[in-house]
Design a protein around this ligand. Structure first.
Ligand code: CMP
Length: 387
């Protein structure tokens, strides 16, 4: 491995995550240390020993960010899957610098110098380090999902925000109309009434401004209930979009795995799409007992990668990628015939008993293959038992 490849793996998230978990969380840790030092320094006396130490930490973290940024630019040509535009080293470097991650890294590098250039006292200049918080976005794949979810749900969210503003304007106008005589100071204009409207509509209710007229109170009740409905709608839309996104990701990931299993390879895309919805992915470490002899069976398994062993007596049977197990209990309604242990870290596709029945209805040809193998195994075991 060249030195540049090693640096790429160390500094770019994809490589680091593979190298080790510590390397994957290190940038977050460093960023957190820098931010905590900056925050803590606002509580120390200027020029004190603590101020010196904390300022030193902030500057050291900034130095690390500069070094990592330079190394990232230098090692960018090592990124896999370089497409034609970025086939040259300069192209690859520009690709990184112009990517969202590249911009965030650049802003993190420029934050402190920007603060120093303002001529503010050094502790105030350090406040610019708050830009480093953007690094959390860079590191978090969860936030990337959230952004995608928000983008998908945008039209529905915009409609809810529109309703929010319509209700807000109506509430402010009506409260101005109902309350201005009784409270001429607080409700002297619609902009003034807007404060009450937003505090009430958001169901915050500070209580600093309250309607005193009967119609003002009726209006307040309507605004409060509308607020609850609007936020419930808002939360529902986001939760629904989240569920859809997770389902989509699950579908794509499972699709790739299903396509790897020879058992399913004869099927067309439509049939695979049908089956993908029924299967669940399970990553299992070596030594895990997936099936225990004598227990009731509620699912069967397809091995995508790794290895499982059916602990048959006298000779255990190794099951390799492409094989399946756990079908006998589902087919024949019997307890588990033997214990099955995972002997190499494995990826399994799990088919629950209910989904097994659905599959039997939709794809009888698949179940026939499973059944034939189940019968063969049962006879083999009976023959061994009799011997
Ligand atoms: P089940 O009986 O549900 O649970 C144990 C599983 O071990 C069984 O289904 C089969 O999938 C598998 N198994 C049992 N006997 C054999 C065999 N002779 N060869 C391969 N696999 C077997």
């Amino acid at each position: 491995m060249s030195r540049r490849t090693a640096i790429f793996r160390l500094t770019h998230r994809r490589g680091a995550a593979r190298a080790s978990r510590l390397l994957a969380v290190l940038p977050v840790l460093i960023c957190t240390v820098g931010l905590l030092a900056m925050i803590a320094n606002t509580a120390t006396g200027a020029g004190s020993r603590a101020d010196l130490v904390l300022s030193g930490i902030v500057t050291a973290v900034w130095g690390l960010f500069v070094a990592v940024y330079v190394l990232r630019i230098w090692s960018a040509p090592e990124a896999p899957n370089q497409h034609a535009v970025s086939a040259t080293a300069t192209g690859a470097r520009l690709d990184y610098m112009l990517s969202a991650s590249g911009w965030i890294d650049l802003m993190a590098v420029l934050a402190l110098p920007a603060g120093w250039l303002t001529g503010l006292p050094h502790r105030d200049a350090q406040l610019f380090a708050i830009v480093w918080a953007l690094k959390y976005i860079r590191q978090s794949s969860g936030l990337a999902v959230l952004l995608r979810v928000l983008r998908r749900a945008l039209p529905a969210l915009v409609s809810v925000v529109t309703v929010f503003f319509v209700v807000l304007l109506i509430a402010a106008t009506l409260s101005y109309l109902f309350e201005r005589a009784a409270q001429p100071e607080t409700f002297r204009s619609i902009p003034h009434a807007l404060w009450w409207a937003i505090v009430t509509l958001s169901t915050t209710g500070y209580g600093d401004v309250v309607p005193v007229t009967i119609w003002g109170r009726v209006l307040a009740a309507w605004v409060m209930v509308s607020g609850i409905v609007i936020f419930a709608l808002w939360a529902g839309i986001i939760a629904n979009a989240f569920a859809e996104e997770l389902q989509r990701r699950h579908f794509l990931r499972t699709w790739d795995l299903v396509a790897e299993v020879p058992f399913f390879q004869t099927l067309g895309a439509a049939a695979i799409a049908d089956i993908v919805r029924l299967l669940h992915v399970r990553h299992v470490s070596a030594g895990t007992v997936v099936i225990r002899k004598g227990q009731a069976g509620d699912s069967m398994y397809f091995i995508v990668s790794g290895e499982a062993t059916a602990m048959l007596v006298p000779e255990p049977v190794k099951l390799s990628p492409g094989a399946f197990f756990g079908e006998m209990a589902l087919l024949f309604g019997t307890p588990r015939s033997t214990t099955v242990v995972i002997t190499k870290p494995s990826v399994l596709l799990v088919l629950d008993v209910a989904d097994f029945r659905i599959l039997a209805g939709r794809r009888p040809e698949l179940i026939n293959v499973i059944e034939a193998e189940g019968r063969r195994r049962r006879e083999e075991n009976a023959a061994l038992h009799d011997a």
